[in-house]
Design a protein around this ligand. Sequence first.
Ligand SMILES: [Zn+2]
Length: 277
Amino acid sequence: MIQLEQNINPEQEIIDKLKVYQDEIDGLETFELRSEKAKNIFSTRNRIGNTVFDAIKVKLTEMCSGARRCVYCEDSVADEVEHIHPKDLYPNFCFYWDNYVYACGNCNGPKNNKFAIFRKDDGSFHIVNPERGMKATEPAEGNGALINPRIEDPLDFCMLDLSSTFKFVVIAKAGTDDALKANYTYNEVLRLNEREFLRKARKNAYTNYKSRLGYYTTQKFAGDTQDKLDKLIENLKQEAHPTVWKEMQRYHSKGILENIDKDLNNLFIKSPEALKW
Ligand SMILES: [Zn+2]
């Protein structure tokens, strides 16, 4: 899961059109009607050829840190407009730009309408999605307990173990809301540790990033032009699993990379500019 680029927004015209769609939902009397309406009209509007959603997809693509990959697994191509606050639980955020991310079907499908909050009244962690097959009911008030990559950096909550397992480890202090949020997001909703192929893909990405940095460093000292080097940097940024790269940088900056991969650590010493890519 990767934090998305900030300050990327559609034209005001698109935001205004979303508001017109949203008004169709907000005008309905009961939560049940609004929830049903949100589900129905979202699927009819979110189609290729709908100018609003065509424009939204362009902006969601710009938000991806490199290639157009799913914000959650960072592996598959992103091709579904996903609501962080599920639309049947939060019909008021159905046509709301800040509630959108680009995800893949493998993540979006199982995530479905899973959501939890920290209740406003007593601060407790509370799952708000209905049981399978049941209708959504209006959630209690509270802040979302799912990490929001539009405004939060998932790496503040977890660290990727680059030394062996390539699993995410919660770094938020045990017992805190942040730890609950990290565990709920990574393990319960998105299953980012459980899905074996993702662990393998992260390990593979580590090797790819390292070899790209190695090649860049060799070519730099061989006197390649900046133009050629820029292309190598661009290619590196298109790799899948950008979190792996961010962790490689963080491990170096924290001084822990030396103990697990001396060669890679030396590459960062020889090419410190790579810490900013
Ligand atoms: Zn995905």
